[in-house]
Design a binder for this molecule. Sequence first.
Ligand code: ZN
Length: 330
Amino acid sequence: MVEDTPGIHHVTGIVGDAQPSLDFYADVLGLRLVKRTVNHEDILRHHLYYGNGTGALGSLFTAFPYPGDPPGRVGKPQVAAVGFAVPPGSLDYWASRLEGRGVDPEYRERFDGTVLRFEDPDGTHVELVAGESPLDSWESGPVPAESAIRGIHGVTVLPTNPYATASTLKTLGFDLVGEEPEPAGKDGAEGSAGYSGTRVRYRAPGDAATVVDLLDRDVAYGREGPGTLHHVAVRVGSEAELFEWHDLFRERDYHVSRVRDRIYYRSIYVRGPGGVLFELATEGPGLAVDEPGAPETMGESLVLPDWAEEDREMIESQLPPISPPRVEST
Ligand code: ZN
């Protein structure tokens, strides 16, 4: 028997140049670069992991830089926005921090809470959600602890078929929380009377990174590329369970990948009739597995999967240089 997922493992987006994105997530948002590695499907490209101080599950946001690629377009079926959890009362600090760095945030009221919405340098939709989180922030980061990001709050997905994606979420162990009309916003999605579709909230039973909002909205198809989110991964306890999930989704005629070894976790990718790409990823062995100095030295140097190590010199010469994030306190 498969167990309900406790929540989100990580969220992955596509960015353009690595450096502006790194500066944004590390310097502006104050996340720690916890892993500097390569895209296993394309080893001449970076794969950068951001998280809290220890890179805890539920805090991870990862980026695939595709410098020079034409920008993507947010649409269905995609993960449309990523939300990070920040402490209650910190949103005014964040609004002024973001405005001071050329970002234009917008407040939203949503499910009894307040949210700050903005775009990263590539146009990816990012949100800060005020609320309690059991995760710690990064103590040595540039944002004071009373305001710092604690991890992922959740994601918003735009399915082609909301009922189908709702069914996928229920299968994974998410429960329906409620729904409310979604106000039209700066993203151009206009609707009648200032509303543009319906936001339906699902929550996983864990204690962090548990929210998936399903946006039932009439929008065009998106295009993968910088400025879009690629997938959301949910947590699975063991590799044995991963194989059970693999068989369960295959029996339901979902597109299911074989089990992949991502070094830090094993995973499968699942695309159901709702169209949104979900990954199911094991909780172990974790980010420290190839960094003996973890957590202190995480993210400082390029780590490669063993099978790519013999090509390290070539890979390093091909990857665009990135400078470590400046960490400035304000
Ligand atoms: Zn992933």
